[in-house]
Ligand binder design. Structure first.
Ligand code: PEP
Ligand code: CO
Length: 449
């Protein structure tokens, strides 16, 4: 256990992107209530994830972290969770088949409710209001009262996270992830597309392999990995009162664990060496992601990594690189070299979403599929050049047929954006674009591993 650290020690540091709660008494009451709520995950599962992640450092595993930009109370439906789960499973199969290594499935789910915003103020029709900060903090409705931070929202977010996690566990361990049912994973609206057909061909090949393996005596009755999967959850550790309440001592090891998610990450805006968020994350035993954007100073990054992972444990740190299609070639090599030279064990993961966001003329925030793909390709190429294993991918996606990112084989145009634009924050890849991207990444894995 780390000395001079406790779940509240972050309060001595500067905490950016925190809401100001008017009623501090209510915040205290809610915090005390949250401290007694059941955990969403167990410390043993967190250790298992860390062990799986350590393989992604050594080239023996690959991390697929994917899900919503921001979960919302309005878009909560079991079918949405099911469809996102299905698409993540499809992507994992595509990646695993290409790379020949196990793929870790890690959802941006069951707790991803708080958002850092570029501006604290939003303007609309001449009116100015505080920005929407995620359903865990305030409401997206554009009224003064809706935008007021309310601590009770943390309880609602926890309750939604608990139901989501319950369903994810049922899908992962209750037969839904059985490889013998792979033919049924294609969603109806994807089936008719090119990606759908491509997936069907892959599924047929896997089914053939399963038939052969069954003939050899290996099947879903005697090998757990064929009938179920580990499915982990993660979110940004942004709203510190929430994270503090779910940080508890594990009775078997005596160490602090955050039991609200298997993995947490620190956002690009809150990763400062002396920040409250780095202080908070330095004391918990969960794997920690660190977003690495264009403003990252490699020498400071090294200090942050050492602060969070002083023993240089494998599987503890995931660097989530988000440079943008235009900047990655210029900015990334120095970071890659500096961290590698310092012999720090990290999983290198590519987030091709967050630095490729743009505002369309229509006012919608969007991302261009070609740019996403271009950043992914550059990432793998740079890793190949430096001789460092590229161990993961971080995506914002949904299993729904939304029109939020433009391009891809479906040819979603700027004009289409308004038809099914549902995100509460950043634009997500839809199911078809996600599968298309997975096939593209798979071909890069084959080329560059
Ligand atoms: C996010 O992952 O939703 C996010 C806000 O990312 P970043 O911190 O990289 O901007
Ligand atoms: Co986002």
């Amino acid at each position: 256990m780390k000395e001079n650290w406790n779940p509240n020690s972050w309060q001595n540091k500067k905490a950016l992107h925190q809401p100001i709660y008017e009623d501090q008494g209510k915040l205290k009451k809610v915090s005390n209530k949250m401290k007694r709520l059941p955990p969403l995950v167990f410390a043993g599962e967190v250790r298992e994830l860390k062990c799986e992640l350590s393989k992604c450092v050594d080239g023996k595993g690959f991390l697929l972290q994917a899900g919503d930009c921001a979960e919302s109370f309005a878009e909560f439906h079991p079918n949405y969770i099911r469809d996102t789960f299905r698409v993540i499973m499809q992507m994992a199969v595509i990646l695993s088949f290409a790379s020949g290594v196990p793929v870790i499935k890690l959802g941006r789910l069951a707790g991803q409710f708080a958002k850092p915003r570029s501006s604290p103020i939003e303007k609309k029709d001449g009116m100015e209001l505080p920005s929407y900060l995620g359903d865990m903090i305030n409401s997206i409705d554009f009224t003064q009262s809706a935008r007021k931070p309310d601590p009770e929202r943390m309880i609602s977010a926890y309750n939604q996270a608990a139901s989501t996690q319950n369903l994810l566990r049922a899908f992962a361990y209750g037969g839904y992830a059985d490889l013998s049912t792979i033919q049924s994973w294609n969603l109806d609206f994807v089936k008719k597309s090119k990606q759908g057909s491509k997936f069907k061909i892959l599924a047929n090949r896997i089914s053939e392999c399963l038939t052969f393996m069954n003939a050899c005596g290996v099947n879903n009755h005697n090998v757990r990995q064929l009938s179920e999967t580990n499915f982990y959850i993660s979110h940004e550790a942004l709203l510190l009162p929430y994270e503090t309440a779910f940080t508890r001592i594990d009775s078997t090891t005596g160490d602090w664990y955050n039991v609200g998610a298997h993995m947490l990450w620190i956002g690009d805006r809150t990763r400062g060496l002396d920040s409250a968020h780095v202080e908070f994350c330095s004391g918990i035993s969960n794997p920690i992601g660190i977003k690495v954007g264009p403003s990252t100073d490699p020498n400071v990054l090294i200090k942050v990594i050492r602060k969070i992972n002083p023993k240089n444990e494998k599987g503890k740190i995931v660097l989530i690189i988000r440079m943008g299609a235009e900047m990655i070639n210029k900015l990334y090599p120095k970071i890659l070299r500096t961290v590698s030279k310092a012999k720090l064990h990290v999983v290198w993961s590519c987030d091709p979403m967050h630095a490729n966001t743009e505002k369309a003329k229509s006012g919608f925030k969007t991302r261009v599929f070609k740019k996403i793909l271009s950043e992914v390709k550059s990432f793998f190429k740079l890793h190949k050049t430096e001789g460092v294993y590229a161990g993961g991918i971080h995506l914002e996606m949904t299993g729904q047929n939304v029109t939020e990112c433009v391009g891809g084989m479906q040819k979603i145009s700027h004009k289409d954006l308004s038809s099914r634009y549902h995100t509460h924050c950043d634009p997500r890849l839809n199911a078809s674009q996600s599968i298309e991207l997975a096939f593209q990444i798979a071909s890069n894995l084959k080329k560059f591993l």
